[in-house]
Design a protein around this ligand. Structure first.
Ligand code: SF4
Ligand code: SF4
Length: 145
């Protein structure tokens, strides 16, 4: 069996057939919409490599597959010292605000519970209808009677 001389990247091949048309030995066929190379018939002339506009056919160099095109290394964001300090400051400030908000909520809830009439407790004085008490509204009401 002959050594492989060119290879097809199936992810790039669109099945256009341009390589089939230029191959002088008829070594390329379209199978399931992708180019497939008959290694026995391929002479390694490279005509298909030049004909493929997608870069899907690449030569095999010394038994190694040549990548169609190297992908650039992904850029990894690494925050600098200033960004790290700013991030930590924002985190601390955020935590402080959360604590203060929770404290205010607890205080408001406590005030609301203190003002709320105790339902079902007979040991507490019942306020007469019309309003009693020592508040400003109660005084106004008493004056108006
Ligand atoms: S020319 Fe390229 S894209 Fe078109 S069939 Fe051949 S390998 Fe596939
Ligand atoms: S290298 Fe030449 S002979 Fe081999 S498949 Fe491509 S066009 Fe055909």
């Amino acid at each position: 069996m002959d050594a492989q001389k060119v290879w097809v990247d199936p992810d790039r091949c669109t099945g256009c057939g341009a390589c089939v048309a230029v191959c002088p030995t008829g070594a390329i066929a379209l199978v399931d919409g992708r180019a497939r190379i008959d290694e026995e018939a391929c002479t390694g002339c490279g005509a298909c490599v030049d004909a493929c506009s997608e870069g899907a056919i690449q030569p095999v160099v010394q038994g190694e597959l040549v990548p169609a095109s190297p992908q650039p290394a992904p850029t990894v964001y690494r925050p600098g010292p200033l960004a790290r300090t700013a991030g930590a400051t924002i985190a601390v400030a955020g935590a402080g605000l959360l604590v203060r908000a929770a404290g205010a909520l607890v205080r408001a809830l406590g005030r609301w519970l203190m003002r709320r009439p105790a339902a079902g407790r007979s040991d507490l004085p019942v306020q007469p209808a019309g309003g009693a008490g020592r508040g400003r509204r109660a005084r106004h009401r008493r004056r108006g009677q």
